[in-house]
Design a protein around this ligand. Structure first.
Ligand code: IPM
Ligand code: MG
Length: 368
């Protein structure tokens, strides 16, 4: 069988720096685990705009459709803030999500013991936290029509449309229920059925899918604003949360911060199975391009490395290797290795992006 293929789109800002550390893990997988990936690299976001005048070239889009998995770093930066909306770096990422039809975005929020003190919440509220947000990623207000800035009479009006079909809701609900079965078997669905018709439909369809196909999973419903409050009040009440594109964007940032640092959190965006049975997939850290620290070797590569671990698990059926990478990360944190984002108020000397990558490789060697 052909080697598994990866397309690396490191992107902008700290993207290339954190991706360099993922490449070390990829090389380690080849040398120590006998799993060789066919890796190609290309541009996305501002770096693609600089070269091609668009944030994602058609050839790159075509490549993304062919590979087994895409690994993305981050997109965006102040340099591109004044660009026309249609060619902003973010449009490149949104095009990938939409055209690959990556409807199920998994955003785990796990609190590492060694970092429980970092959270802005009390240690007992977050220690041991392990929740999974499943965010619908290809529809809703991000893509609904009509959209735009129009003129009505003598003033402008900005319009976006929240739109969900039954099948779009049902497929992401299934993905949440499937995941829950492998975890604590609990799903909480969040919407605003009290003010939005799309929320009423969301609630009904999630309930129907549950009753027909997943009656064994415990299902609850919550208004998304209450959900935000509950996430901060007592996050351990949740196992899997399933929600729409915009609420998922907001709630996942909130959940991320419970764990102490945005620099720790990976994500997987999954679509329908391809001919080889693997889901269409893109893996990326939840954090952004962090232009303020780009190029300084300060970035934390852990979120990007854990995103690769998710690729091992969800695209390549290498759950044991994924667990090894996760254990190696836990080990280096327990040993006190810290990048700048993980320095407490009492200071200490942070290690660099590449030193963190090296420490994780050393821990992987030790685990093997
Ligand atoms: C995210 C980001 C993106 C989003 C941006 C960069 C388009 O915030 O992945 O959460 O809004 O989806
Ligand atoms: Mg976001």
């Amino acid at each position: 069988m052909a080697n598994p293929s990866l397309l690396i789109l490191a992107g902008d800002g700290i993207g290339p720096e954190v991706m360099a550390e993922v490449k070390k893990i990829i090389a380690w997988m080849g040398a120590r685990r006998g799993v060789t990936f066919e890796v190609t690299e290309d541009l996305v976001g501002g770096s693609a705009y600089d070269k091609h005048g668009v944030p994602l070239h058609d050839d790159t889009m075509a490549k993304a459709q062919e590979v087994d998995a895409v690994l993305l770093g981050a997109v965006g930066g102040p340099k591109y803030d004044t660009l026309d909306f249609s060619v902003k770096p973010e449009r490149g990422l949104l095009r990938l999500r939409k055209e690959m039809d990556l409807f199920s975005n998994l955003r785990p929020a796990q609190c590492f013991d060694a970092l429980a003190d970092f959270s802005s919440l009390k240690k007992e509220v977050v220690s041991g936290l392990d929740i999974m947000i499943v965010r619908e990623l290809t529809s809703g207000v991000y893509f609904g029509e009509p959209r735009g800035i129009f003129t009505e009479g003598n003033e402008r009006v900005g319009i976006n449309t929240q739109r969900y079909t039954e099948s779009e809701i049902a497929r992401v609900a299934r993905s949440a229920f499937e995941l829950a079965r492998k975890r604590a078997n609990k799903v909480c669905s969040m919407e605003k059925a009290n003010v939005m018709e799309s929320g009423i439909l969301w609630r009904e369809v999630v309930q129907e899918v549950h009753d027909k196909e997943y009656p064994d999973v415990a299902l609850s419903h919550m208004y998304a604003d209450n959900g935000a409050m509950q996430l901060v009040r007592w996050p351990k009440q949740f196992d899997v949360i399933v929600t729409d594109n915009l609420f998922g964007d907001i709630l996942s940032d909130c959940a991320a911060m419970l764990t102490g640092s945005l620099g720790m959190l990976p994500s997987a965006s999954l679509g329908a199975p391809m001919a080889n049975g693997r889901p269409k997939a893109l893996y990326e850290p939840v954090h952004g391009s962090a232009p303020d620290i780009a190029g300084q070797g300060k970035a934390n590569p852990i979120a990007c490395i854990l995103s690769f671990a998710m690729a091992l698990r969800y695209s390549f059926d290498l759950g044991e290797d994924a667990a090894r990478v996760e254990r190696a990360v836990e080990q280096v944190l327990a040993d006190g290795h810290r990048t700048a984002d993980l320095m407490g108020p009492d200071g200490g000397t942070p290690i660099s992006t590449s030193q963190m990558g090296d420490a994780i490789i050393a821990a992987l060697d030790a685990i093997l």
